[in-house]
Each structure stands twice: as C-alpha cells, then as structure tokens.
Design a protein around this ligand. Structure first.
Ligand SMILES: Nc1ncnc2c1ncn2[C@@H]1O[C@H](COP(=O)(O)OP(=O)(O)O)[C@@H](O)[C@H]1O
Ligand SMILES: [Mg+2]
Length: 391
C-alpha cells in the first residue's frame, strides 16, 4: 500500500512564541512542521527541501520581508501555497500579496483553530489543482500520442503510394512495350522499331528491378548491421564498373564522367557487392540530378589510413538545410509526385549505412545551382595491396 507522506509546512515569523504556538497547532493535524525566523532563513529551508505550505508573517526584520518572501516562493516554487499573517494596520499589504500569489491571509491576533482551517483549505485547493494539472498533462500526452499515430499512418500511406508509383510506372512502360511488340509480331517487322521496343521493356524491367533490390537491401541492412568484411576491394575497379553500367543514363544526356584515381591507391577491406551498391547510388544521383551535358567527377586519394572519394556533379545542388535529412530513409527534397526522376528516397540512407558498416563516413557539400560533392571516407588495411592487383 502507498504510504501517504504528511504535508510539509514552514512557519516563518520572527516572534518565537508565535512560531511555537502555530507549530503545536499544526502538529495536531499531523503535518510535518518546520520553522524559520526570517525571510532569508525561510528561503534557505525551501532551497533545502520542498514544502507544501508556507505560513509567513508580513513584517520581519532583515532584507526579505513577508511580501518579498511571497514573491520569491511563487517565482521559484510555484506549486507551494503561501498564507500571510498580518496585523490590522497592514491589511492592505496583506491583500496585495494575494496578487503576488498568496492563497489567503489571517489577521493577528488569531485563534490557532482558525489558522488550521485556512491551512487545510489552502492545502485542499493545492491538491485539487495538482489533480487537475495531472489530468491536463495526461490529456496532453494522449493528444500528442494520437498525433504521432496519425503521422505514422500518413507516412505509411505515402510510403505505400510511393512504392506503388515506383513499381507501376516502369511496369506500364514494360507492358506498353510488350504490347507494341505483340502488334509488330503480326506485321512486317521493322527491326529498328523492334529494337526500340526491346530497349523500352528492358528499361522498365531494370527500373523495377532496381526499386525492388533497394527495398530488399534496405531491409537486409536494418537486420544485418555488420557486413561481411572479408575481401579486398579496389575502389577504382568498383567505380569503373558502376560508371560503365550507368552509361545508358549518362550518355543519352551528354553527361561527361571523369575518373581521377591515382596509381597505387590501396584496397579497402570489405564487402564488394555492398560497396558497389553504395557507389552506384552516389553516381546514379550525380547523373539523375545533373543537367544535360553536365559533368560527374570521381576523385580519390589516400591519406592517413583512409581513402577519400569525392563524387562531384554539376547538377541542381542541395540547400544546406537539407544536408542532414537527405540521408534519412524515404526522404526526398522534391515530392515524388512533382519530381522528374524516380526513386524511393532510400539511396543515401543505404549508402550511409554501408559506408558506416565499413568503419567509414559520408558527408555532403553543395551549392544550389552549381553542384554537389559527396565525400566518402573509408579506412583501408595498412598492408593492403595496390589496386592494380585486385578485383
Ligand atoms: N547529387 C545530388 N544532387 C542534388 N540532389 C541530390 C543529389 N543526391 C541526392 N539528392 C537529393 O537527396 C534526395 C535523397 O536521395 P536518395 O536517398 O538517393 O533518394 P532518391 O534518389 O530515391 O530520391 C533526393 O531525392 C534528392 O533530392
Ligand atoms: Mg537516389
């Protein structure tokens, strides 16, 4: 069972016999009572431990009189109740303390029974107020939780909408191309047309494959934070492969890709498939967010046990306030409904996870309208072989 603690009362009065009288009366009601002889002494006690009710004289010698004490208590311990004791000539001052937050006053001389009633009433009010506050806080919490839930629901809906959009678009591309091939099959076939249809269907299928593979990789990486780091990987080799694979994206738009890899760049020890996936996302972004006839530069160097790879483009750039968020999963600066290029907003989240699983780091610098550079740092093994002899 919960043992209820007695209410804590502090009596502040420079008159010791009044202190004693009040203390004795309050003890009859089972309160824990302490006394102080000045405003400063009272504050010291309040600083040391919390009180539920302070009963203070108004006129006391010292720097802090009763009115000052009321203000100090209400400013620092707003939930503590204060009752002021006053003589008739200072009644006006006593009443003005009500404005400062005192809950009641008694006029000296008084019957201690009367003081007990007033104290009980103040404490009861305090209890009610606290219950109300708790209820209000609980309501607030409930409202916040409900809002969060709504947000999750919205996120889920937009996520599903985005995924179906990302799968439907290439699927209809593929289906249209197959239909056209079907029609062509019945007539005299123009080989040029046929190869265009095949190209179209391949493009649709590849895009679908890319979306599904990103989703799978994302789930996989959530589950398996530690990658297999067994193999030596040549970053230059991986990047060359990726650039080759992305030619269907870069060449038709006249995007020039330049690779600047110094000779003898050490190998990184890691998971070649994952590293390839990470660089593919960076180079893919550098291509799709680039302008026509733009430029992509891959620049690598080794320094202090790490390889630094900069992937720079001459694209639309990223505003500084987006630098952190673009690495969040499913985050895209432009809504998927308005943007020109597809994607789920998973690329950079996947890339960051892969790079960090290899003990590395990724960050971004960019200027809107000029271009973007993603810098990847990956530690390499000190005795790793030069790139020419591996992968
Ligand atoms: N090189 C870049 N230039 C401009 N914006 C970029 C670049 N790379 C990423 N972004 C921005 O960051 C967002 C997140 O990128 P990413 O995680 O790869 O998702 P997705 O490419 O599927 O949108 C993109 O939607 C885009 O707004
Ligand atoms: Mg991307």
């Amino acid at each position: 069972m919960l043992v209820e603690m007695p209410d804590r009362l502090l009596i502040v009065d420079d008159d010791e016999s009044l202190q004693e009288l009040c203390a004795a009366a309050f003890k009859l009601d089972g309160y824990h009572v302490e006394v102080a002889s000045s405003g400063e002494g009272g504050l010291k006690k309040l600083d040391a431990a919390p009180f539920d009710l302070v009963v203070t004289d108004l006129f006391m010698p010292g720097k802090l009189d009763g009115a000052g004490l009321v203000r100090a208590v209400k400013a620092r311990f707003p939930s503590t109740e204060v009752i002021v004791m006053t003589a008739v000539p200072t009644l006006k001052t006593a009443i003005s303390t009500l404005k400062d937050g005192a809950s009641d006053y008694v006029i000296k001389p008084f019957e201690t029974d009367h003081l007990r009633v007033i104290a009980r009433r103040a404490l009861e009010q305090r209890r009610l107020r606290r219950e109300l506050d708790t209820e209000r806080a609980m309501r607030q919490e409930l409202a916040t939780a409900y809002k969060e839930l709504q947000k999750v629901e919205e996120l889920k809906e937009s996520f599903l909408a985005r995924i179906s959009h990302e799968l439907r678009t290439p699927l209809s591309e593929l289906l249209t191309a197959v239909e056209l091939m079907e029609q062509a099959a019945g007539s005299t076939t123009d080989p040029q047309k046929l190869s265009r249809y095949i190209g179209l269907s391949k493009q649709g299928a590849t895009r679908m494959e890319r979306t599904l593979s990103d989703l799978l990789a994302f789930v996989e990486l959530q589950r398996r934070p530690l990658v297999e780091k067994g193999k030596e990987v040549s970053i230059a080799g991986v990047c060359r492969d990726v650039v080759e694979r992305l030619k269907p994206l870069t060449e038709p738009r006249g995007i020039h890709v330049e690779l600047k890899f110094p000779d003898g760049l050490p190998n990184v020890v890691g998971d070649p498939e994952l590293l390839q996936r990470a660089f593919e996302h960076l180079i893919h972004n550098a291509a799709v967010f680039n302008k026509d006839k733009g430029r992509i530069t891959l620049n690598a160097r080794a320094e202090a046990g790490s390889i630094y790879l900069d992937v720079s483009d001459t694209g639309e750039g990223i505003p500084q306030e987006e630098f952190e968020r673009i690495f969040d999963s499913f985050y895209q600066i432009a809504s998927y409904l308005t943007r020109k290029v597809g994607g789920l907003g998973l690329g950079l989240a996947i890339t960051r996870r892969i790079v960090e699983a290899h003990g590395g780091h990724i960050d971004v610098t960019s200027k809107v309208g000029e271009g973007t550079t993603f810098r990847v740092r990956l530690p390499f093994k000190a005795d790793a072989k030069p790139a020419a002899s591996a992968v």
